[in-house]
Design a protein around this ligand. Sequence first.
Ligand code: CA
Length: 364
Amino acid sequence: MMIKIVKFLTYISLVLASSFFSACSSSNDDESEYEVGFDYEIDSTDPNTVTFTNNSTGDYLYVEWDFGNDETTGKSTDKSSERTAYYPLAGTYDVTLTIWGPLNSIVDTKSISKTITIESDDPDYDTSETLVWSDEFSSSSVNTDYWTFETGSGGWGNDELQNYTDGDNASIEDGVLVITAEKVNDDKTAGSYTSTRMITWGKKEFTYGRMEIRAKLPSGTGVWPAIWMLGTNLSTAGWPACGEIDIMEYVGYDPYNVHSSLHTTSSSGSTINTSNLTVENCEDEFNVYGMIWTEDSISFYVNDQDNPFYTYAPTVKTDDNWPFDEPQFFILNLAVGGTWGGAQGIDNTIFPQTLEIDYVRVYQ
Ligand SMILES: [Ca+2]
C-alpha cells in the first residue's frame, strides 16, 4: 500500500509539472513562425516508462527526439505520434526535442530540453545486469540498423502459406511494433496471406544474457507467431546444428498455451526439449516473454524471471545437444498455416491479425 501512495503522489506531481510546461511553451500565435514544445507523462502503472507528446506549433518539417537514455529517434517526419521511452533506473534525464523549420537547415532549428525525474528503480530491472541492447520501437518506422526484413514465400520449411513482405506488414504505433498478417485471397494456398518476418542477423547478435520481449499475441485458428533465435553460423553449420531457441511460440488453434523449445542436432523438429505454459490473457494483454541463457542452462519464463517454467540443462554438453556457446540472432515473425500453425486449418474470417511487440531487451 505504501508503494501505491508514493506512486500516486508521483503521478500527481508530474501531471502538475506537465501542465506548467505546456502553459509556458504554447504562447506563440504567429502562424508564419514555429515553436517547439512537448509534454510528458510517466505511466501510472509503470513509473519507469514515460510517454512524450510533441505539441510544437507552426510550420516545421522534421522532429528529432533525444530521450536522454542513449536512445534517439533520428530526424523524422513523424511529428504527431506519441513516443515512449524506458528508464530502468531512478535519476534525472535530460530529454530534448528538436524541430526543423521550412529551410530544413541546421540554422533553422529549435530545441527544447526538459529534465525528467524517475523516482525509483524498476523492480524488475536487475542492477547486477546491464541493458546491453534494446529496441523500444519508439521511432516512426522499423530501425533497419537493427532489423532486416526477410521476404518471400515458399513455406519457410514448414509449409506456411504467407508471403513475407519488405516492411509492408510491419508498422510502429505508439511505441509498439505491429506485425500484421493480412489475407490476400480465400484460396488457403501459398501466397494467400502476407505478413512479416524480421531478423537481427549481422546486426545484433548475442551469446548468453537475459532476453525479454513484451508482446501481445494474435488469435484465431491458423496463426503461428514466434519470437525466437538462431545461431549465426546457420549458413555454414546448417539447421539444426546452429541451434534454435524458441523463446515464445504460439498456435492460435490452441489458445492461451505458449511454448518454449530448443532445437539441436540431438533433437529437432518435434523436439523433446520443449515445455508450455498457460497464459490466459496472452491475446488481450501484453506479457513479458523471457529467457535466461548462461553457459550452463537456458530457462524460460513469463513475466517473473524468478519463476521459470522450463529449464534446459543437459548435464553432459556436446556439440549435438548444446550448440549454445556461440552468438544467436533474433527473429520475430507471424506465420499463417504451416505444419503446426495450420494443423487444424485456417479460419479466414480472423484476418487481419497482429503480433504486437512493445520492446526487445537484452541484459548481460
Ligand atoms: Ca515500446
